[in-house]
Design a protein around this ligand. Structure first.
Ligand SMILES: [Zn+2]
Length: 254
């Protein structure tokens, strides 16, 4: 058993002694445990996928991500990497790692705001600790099944794919949309980039090309309702953040 597997077995054992009933939505992982889990899984992800070696692209994604983190004073060890895969996808791991697929970068056709909004959305899954909330709602049970009865992990790739294709609830996606809009706007990006990106996803789905959109992005079809909601949130949040910034400015110049 490798390190990740041993650690997961430990987590499952821990899960067995924790009272699950009645604690829905609460985190059973500490912040440090989340960070550690994310790092372990990231190691596996980077063995399975090809991480981009294009220095210009890597610098771009890292600086965009860190700009969002700094503007919102987010206290997690974030990393931002591109995976050389033609599918349209992005995902985050607990505690900090964010990955964007080459297919998504290509789909943006150089629209930085679109990429920034996707990064901000993934960042929000981390800060809102959605993965940890998923464990407490039964994803740990899936891990237990994967680890199997022989006490050995049958397929480490399966564990990795569990995280890569993590399905969040609709409420979690909505929350990540809202927080992402706020994060992107505070960092000076146009939050309407999210609408442009969503509209492209919707078009691909309508054209029957939905199969280029992988797992977690695909698990929640890009509905008109989600796009309409995001538009309203952009209006509300940009007003709120502008008022916040104006108040800060006034306080400084008093
Ligand atoms: Zn999401």
């Amino acid at each position: 058993m490798n390190r990740l597997a041993r650690w997961l077995v430990g987590m499952v054992a821990l899960g067995a002694v924790l009272p699950f009933a009645g604690c829905k939505g609460t985190n059973i992982l500490s912040k440090n445990e989340e960070i550690r889990l994310g790092r372990e899984v990231a190691e596996e992800v980077e063995k399975e996928y090809v991480v981009s070696r294009n220095p210009a692209d890597n610098a771009m994604i890292e600086s965009m991500g860190q700009r969002i983190v700094a503007a919102n004073q987010l206290d997690w060890p974030f990393t931002f990497k591109i995976l050389e895969d033609s599918q349209v996808n992005a995902f985050s791991l607990p505690g900090g790692p964010v990955y964007v697929y080459r297919g998504l970068i290509d789909l943006s056709e150089g629209d930085e705001d679109e990429i920034a909004c996707v990064l901000a959305h993934e960042i929000a899954h981390i800060t809102r600790r959605h993965a940890a909330k998923q464990y407490s709602q039964g994803v740990l049970a899936d891990i237990a099944i994967l680890i199997g009865t022989q006490g050995a992990v049958q397929d480490i790739a399966q564990i990795t794919s569990l995280f890569v294709s993590m399905r969040y609830s609709r409420d979690m996606e909505y929350e990540a949309d809202s927080y992402g809009i706020r994060y992107a706007f505070r960092a000076g990006y146009d939050p309407n980039g999210l609408i442009r990106f969503f509209t492209k996803l919707q078009r691909l789905e309508k054209e029957g090309q939905g199969d280029v959109i992988t797992n977690n992005l695909r698990s929640h079809p890009m509905t008109g309702a989600r796009i309409e909601r995001a538009k309203k949130e952009i209006e509300r949040i940009s007003q709120e953040v502008t008022a916040e910034l104006e108040a800060q400015y006034a306080a400084r110049n008093r």
